[in-house]
Design a protein around this ligand. Structure first.
Ligand SMILES: NC(=O)c1ccc[n+]([C@@H]2O[C@H](COP(=O)([O-])OP(=O)(O)OC[C@H]3O[C@@H](n4cnc5c(N)ncnc54)[C@H](OP(=O)(O)O)[C@@H]3O)[C@@H](O)[C@H]2O)c1
Length: 340
C-alpha cells in the first residue's frame, strides 16, 4: 500500500521532507496545510501537491490522507499530533515530540487510544550508518565502551524573532538539537550494556541563557550511564561547533563524521574505526538506499501495522526516555518555558 501523506506546516524542514518524500515509492505526497492559503498554495505548487489547505483542521478532515508529517515549532506538536490521532491519521512528528515528558505521554496516549502509528522524527536513526555503529559496538570492535561525546549545534544570521531564539516557540539548543545528542548517547550506552537503550544515572550541565533571547544559546551536559559509561553532550543555536559522535572503548574508538545528516549537502555517511594498536584507521563508507528523509518515510510505511517503529528507529519508550533526559538537562541548567 502506498501511504498517502499530508504535511502540516510549510516551514524549512517541511520543504526538505517533501523533496525527499517525492523520491520514494512507499508514499505519495497528496496534501499540505498552512495557516495561510498563500503559503499552502506556494508549497503545493513547488512540490507538485494536489491539495492545499488553508488550515490544519481541513487537512485532518481529508479522508484520503493516511499519514501526517507535523513540522510546526515544538510547542505546537502536542496539539496537532493529538488532533491528528483523534482524526485517525498516522503520525510522523518532528523532534522533540513535545516540550516535556508530560506532552510526550499525552501524544503517545492519543496514538495508542486511537490505534494509529506514531514516530518522533529522528531521521538519523533510520540511516544504515547507525545500524553499522551498533553492530561494531556489539561485536566488541572498540572493547568496552567508556566514554561518548556527542555534539550538534549551529548558528545562523537569525533575526531575533526566529523560533530558535524565541522561548514561546520552544527556542534554545537543548530542545532543538541537544535532543539528538541525548538520543544517541542513550542508544550507545544501551547497546554497550547489552540492551537497546540506557537511561542516565546522573546528569549535570551548564548553559548560557541569552540576556535578550532568554533561551539556552549553547549548553553542555555531563552524564553517567550504567556500566561505568560517561558522556559529554554539547549543543547550541548560537554557536557553531563540529557535529560529532565519538565513542571511546577499552579496545579502540570510533567516530561518525556526519552523524546527524548523513548524505545531505555533501556529508558522507561513514564510520572511522581505530582499533587499539592500529596506526591507520579503517574508514567505512555506509551508503543508504535512498534520501535521508525518504528512509524515515519508509520506516513509517513499513511499520504502520505495528503502530510504532522498531529499534534503532524511535519507539514510544525511547521517545519517553529521551524526553525525560531533556527535562533533566533543562532543569540542570535552569531553563524553563512559558506554558504552551
Ligand atoms: N528533522 C530535522 O532534520 C529537522 C530540521 C529542522 C527542524 N526540525 C524540527 O521541525 C520543526 C519545525 O522547524 P523549522 O525549522 O521547519 O521551522 P520553521 O521554518 O519556522 O517552520 C515552522 C512552520 O510551522 C508553522 N507554524 C505553526 N504555528 C506556528 C507559529 N506559532 N509560529 C511559527 N510557525 C508556525 C508555519 O507553517 P505555516 O505558516 O505554513 O502554518 C511555519 O512555517 C521544529 O520542531 C524543529 O525542531 C527538524
Amino acid at each position: 500500500m502506498v501511504l498517502r501523506w499530508g504535511i502540516i506546516g510549510t516551514g524549512r524542514i517541511a520543504g526538505v521532507f517533501a523533496e525527499d518524500l517525492l523520491t520514494t515509492p512507499s508514499g505519495s505526497l497528496d496534501a499540505v496545510a498552512s495557516r495561510s492559503r498563500e503559503n499552502a498554495e506556494k508549497f503545493a505548487h513547488r512540490y507538485h501537491i494536489q491539495k492545499a489547505y488553508a488550515s490544519y483542521p481541513e487537512l485532518l478532515e481529508d479522508p484520503e490522507v493516511d499519514a501526517v508529517y507535523i513540522s510546526t515549532p515544538h510547542p505546537h506538536h502536542a496539539e496537532w499530533a493529538i488532533r491528528a490521532a483523534h482524526a485517525g491519521k498516522h503520525i510522523l512528528c518532528e523532534k522533540p515530540i513535545g516540550m516535556n515528558t508530560q506532552e510526550a505521554e499525552q501524544i503517545i496516549e492519543a496514538a495508542d487510544t486511537n490505534g494509529v502509528f506514531l514516530m518522533e522524527a529522528f531521521m538519523y536513526r533510520c540511516h544504515p550508518q547507525i545500524q553499522k555503529m551498533i553492530d561494531l559496538i556489539r561485536e566488541g570492535a572498540i572493547g568496552q565502551v567508556r566514554f561518548i561525546r556527542a555534539t550538534f549545534s549551529f548558528t545562523d544570521d537569525f533575526d531575533e524573532e526566529h523560533r530558535a531564539l524565541d522561548p514561546a516557540l520552544g527556542g534554545g539548543g537543548i530542545l532543538d538539537v541537544g535532543c539528538y545528542c541525548t538520543s544517541v548517547s542513550r542508544l550507545i550506552a544501551g547497546v554497550a550494556t547489552g540492551q537497546e537503550i540506557a537511561e542516565p544515572i546522573e546528569l549535570t550541565g551548564e548553559a548560557c541563557i541569552g540576556k535578550s533571547s532568554r533561551v539556552d544559546e549553547y549548553a553542555f551536559a555531563q552524564v553517567r550511564f550504567p556500566g561505568e559509561i560517561l558522556a559529554h553532550l554539547a549543543t547550541g543555536v548560537r554557536l557553531e561547533m563540529e557535529d560529532e559522535v565519538s565513542v571511546y572503548g577499552t579496545g579502540g574508538r570510533l567516530f561518525l563524521p556526519s552523524p546527524w545528516l548523513p548524505g545531505k549537502e555533501g556529508r558522507i555517511p561513514s564510520i572511522v574505526l581505530l582499533r587499539s594498536g592500529q596506526q591507520v584507521p579503517e574508514i567505512m563508507r555506509i551508503d543508504a538506499p535512498g534520501q535521508l528523509y525518504a528512509l524515515e518515510a519508509d520506516v513509517v510505511a513499513a511499520n504502520i501495522a505495528n503502530r510504532q517503529a522498531s529499534f534503532p528507529s524511535m519507539t514510544w519508550e525511547d521517545t519517553l526516555g529521551n524526553m525525560r533526559m531533556l527535562d533533566r538537562w533543562l532543569e540542570a541548567v535552569g531553563m524553563s518555558y512559558p506554558p504552551s
